[in-house]
Design a protein around this ligand. Structure first.
Ligand code: IDP
Ligand code: MG
Length: 136
């Protein structure tokens, strides 16, 4: 049964800085994701704080928000059957050391904080995150 979904993907500052955007986008395309929308932006710390609101009680929250606002990022709306889960699989585990062979985080991630990509974790969050970046 078809279950077309849209999910938000972010190529984080560590990957943009190393010029990995095109290679990572290629990985999405090879895996049959349609890139419906795409833009390169630099967000402020307060915007990052809003984006990562769900993590505000975590000890790494401040560093995380500093980091996401530290340089340009590429944000994309990806579409595919079961896009949310499929993107999480393609990204791999949060910590690149624990990520499976062939995943984006395994290939490109530097550390748990500089793990190259973000992907929405649920249908509700995908909607919220897509609106965050692409609602005019
Ligand atoms: P996810 O990106 O795989 O969904 P989350 O648990 O939602 O992982 O965490 C959001 C982001 O916060 C991660 O991608 C990572 O960059 C960072 N992060 C998560 N756990 C830690 C940690 O223990 N130390 C530092 N940064 C972390
Ligand atoms: Mg998450």
């Amino acid at each position: 049964m078809s279950n077309i979904q849209q999910t938000l993907s972010i190529i984080k500052p560590d990957a943009v800085e190393r010029n990995l955007s095109e290679e990572i986008k290629k990985a999405f395309k090879i895996n049959n994701f349609n890139i419906l929308k795409e833009k390169k932006v630099k967000i402020s710390k307060s915007e990052a704080e809003k984006f990562y609101q769900v993590h505000q009680s975590k000890p790494f929250y401040n560093d995380l928000c500093e980091y996401l606002s530290s340089g340009p990022i590429v944000v994309m709306v990806l579409e595919k059957n079961d896009a949310i889960l499929e993107n999480r699989k393609l990204m791999g585990a949060t910590d690149p050391i624990k990520a499976e062979e062939g995943t984006i985080r395994k290939k490109y991630g530097i550390s748990i904080d500089k793990n190259s990509v973000h992907g929405s974790d649920s249908l509700d969050n995908a909607k919220i995150e897509i609106d965050f970046f692409f609602k005019d």
